[in-house]
Write a protein that binds this ligand. Structure first.
Ligand code: KIV
Length: 278
């Protein structure tokens, strides 16, 4: 079973895997495939609920999907995102919401975007493991003016490196680095004792994470540079849906083997009864 200790033990020795999931069956399949960790990301707002960004996602949404994912796993470590405005207002609110997420989902850790050092310290003090998240932080999309690579100029790179150090000091056991140049991700990974989890941050990171709908091409929309298509489920789904429609319309589905039977004697009794009562 993967725990926070697995991240420590594997640091610098063995690369780890994380994928997002938002439902029971996907989580179960990832567990069966040996994926080390699942992130119930607030990206669910976009890929599951159809919002234009992650800002509308609520603590209740995260709990609903997080609990389903936890029901699907036996070995895989589950991290649940804390959504926008569930930790920014005060340390008290941050601890209360992290506690609710952990209690009501059964997950092993929460993830927080941005340099919220005091809030993270308070959550860690309550016994809840925290993954930090720096670089591109989608909850701040309006402040960043879009989804862009971060840490590309001197000031931004230095701030990113410094903030990572502070997240480590605040008690995070891992940090997600999103859309960060390779050499900055490498520097951070080599200079922290905790794991880095990269998404668009190169193979220098200790662990990789991808959104599962992206890596399986469930949508035919545009993809970020860092996404690799490991399978194309969009094309598989569209062709299956079209085949289903065609077969229902021309009555080649359902076939006899998909159909339940009633014996002749019972059926005749039903017909006789109907006749007698009409
Ligand atoms: O919400 C999410 O899926 C994430 C990943 C992109 C790291 O935070």
């Amino acid at each position: 079973m993967v725990t926070v200790n697995t991240f420590k033990e594997n640091k610098g020795k063995k690369k780890m895997t994380m994928l997002t999931a938002y439902d029971y069956l996907t989580a179960k399949n990832m567990d069966e495939a040996g994926i080390d960790s699942i992130l119930v990301g607030d990206s669910l707002g976009m890929v599951m609920l159809g919002y234009k960004d992650t800002l509308k996602v609520t603590v209740d949404d995260m709990i609903h999907h997080g609990a389903a994912v936890v029901r699907g796993v036996t070995n895989t470590f589950v991290v649940v995102d804390m959504p926008f405005m569930s930790y920014q207002v005060s340390k008290e609110e941050a601890v209360r919401n992290a506690g609710r997420i952990m209690k009501e989902t059964g997950c092993q850790a929460v993830k927080i975007e941005g340099p919220y050092f005091e809030e993270i310290k308070a959550i860690v003090k309550a016994g809840i493991p925290v993954v930090g998240h720096l670089g591109l932080t989608p909850q701040s999309v309006n402040q960043m003016g879009g989804y862009k690579v971060q840490g590309k100029n001197k000031e931004a790179a230095l701030k990113l490196i410094n903030d990572c150090k502070k997240l480590e000091e605040a008690g995070c056991f891992a940090i997600t680095l999103e859309c960060v140049p390779r050499r900055i991700a490498e520097y951070i990974t080599k200079n922290l004792s905790i794991s880095t989890i990269g998404i668009g941050a190169s193979n220098e990171c200790d662990c990789q994470v991808l959104v599962w709908q992206d890596m399986l091409s469930l949508s035919d929309g545009p993809k970020a540079k860092f996404v690799k298509e490991f399978a194309n489920l969009h094309d598989v789904e569209i062709s299956a849906f079209k085949k289903y429609k065609e077969e229902v319309e021309n009555m080649t589905y359902p076939e006899d083997k998909h159909t339940y039977k009633i014996d002749d004697e019972t059926y005749n009794e039903v017909l006789n009864d109907l006749k007698e009562n009409n």
